[in-house]
Write a protein that binds this ligand. Structure first.
Ligand SMILES: [Zn+2]
Length: 319
């Protein structure tokens, strides 16, 4: 039997609980927060630090994929890809210890409301725009370059040089090329024009294949655009090949690298270079990273039974 004093205490407890249940709610339930956290992922690469900043995502219709329609459909089905194809927009920030280098800048708000978060992600990573020394762009399409320019047209990174392969600058910066482009393609020159105006002589074109700072080298990947450049980031034995737009739709183009996208300047060159770069990544056991891979956009490629490749994302690092 419960002793009387204990019984009393229990009654008191129950009474208190009942009162609390009946009393007006003193503290509201947590409101739904809305939105996602800012995408920041950091990893060590040798002595370097590589931070992926998530700019957001864009959506692509199935029609962007070019090639045998049955092959495309089978790859989409096997990858359980839903339409429209949602593709991440990642930016990669490399701290070599002496230079802070941003590689691709996302699309700002120029491509719609689902991208353009890179500046907030950079702030969440504890860095300021003025700390970025160099900005490397893989190619001058809007989802990689618009983010280098502030909404009002000034350069977003006040102290940075902007480095883009000369062949891309020559093409996208050419009034003659733009004048000759079909009317519905002229909008694709806007990013180049804004960036060139914003950076002026702080835009320093380079030859494909050049080493830009110790540990970061351009890797020619002409095909997607006339001056498309990948970047090989190396520190000691650790190597990361940033693939730019060598791929857009992973479940399709890893399994079937012969599938191209309608944005490829040269379908043949883009297809051939993708095969070579994927092969190189496997043979040399490189980490690969890409703007349009699911955040944080870094992993390894393996050869797939029956041809093609599979992509294995890295485990998240919390160093
Ligand atoms: Zn892209």
């Amino acid at each position: 039997m419960t002793p009387p004093t204990r019984r009393k205490a229990l009654h008191a407890l129950v009474a208190t609980a009942a009162t609390a249940a009946l009393a007006p709610v003193a503290r509201a339930a947590a409101p739904l927060a809305g939105g996602s956290g800012l995408g920041v992922h950091r990893m060590k690469l040798g002595t370097f630090e590589v931070t992926t900043l998530l700019d957001g995502f864009i959506e692509l219709p199935q029609a962007v994929l070019q090639g045998n329609p049955e092959v495309i459909q089978r790859a989409l089905d096997a990858g359980r890809v839903i339409m429209p194809i949602r593709t991440a927009v990642n930016c990669f920030l490399v701290n070599t210890g002496s230079k802070l280098v941003m590689i691709d800048c996302g699309g700002a708000k120029m491509l719609g409301p689902t991208a353009g978060r890179m500046p907030q992600a950079l702030a969440a990573a504890g860095l300021e725009l003025g700390q970025v020394d160099e900005v490397y762009i893989t190619h001058m399409h809007g989802d990689h370059l618009h983010g280098a320019v502030a909404p009002e047209g000034a350069k977003l990174f006040p102290n940075a040089v902007l480095r883009i392969a000369k062949a891309d600058v020559d093409y996208w910066g050419s009034p003659a090329v733009e004048a000759a482009a079909p009317e519905n393609q002229k909008g694709r020159f806007v990013a180049a024009k804004r960036a060139m105006a914003a950076y002026g002589d702080r835009l320093q074109p380079f030859e494909l294949g050049a080493e830009l700072v110790p540990g970061i080298r351009s890797v020619p990947a002409v095909g997607h655009t006339p001056g498309h450049s990948c970047y090989l980031v190396s520190s000691g034995n650790a190597r990361l090949l940033l693939l730019g737009d060598t791929m857009h739709v992973g479940p399709v183009q890893f399994a079937r690298p012969e599938i191209t996208v309608m944005f490829d300047f040269s379908q043949d060159q883009a297809r051939a270079r993708r095969q070579e770069l994927f092969e190189m990544a496997v043979k040399d056991d490189l980490l690969v990273g890409a703007v349009h891979l699911p955040f944080p956009g870094i992993g390894k490629l393996r050869t797939r039974d029956g041809g093609g490749y599979t992509y294995e994302p890295i485990a998240w690092q919390m160093y």
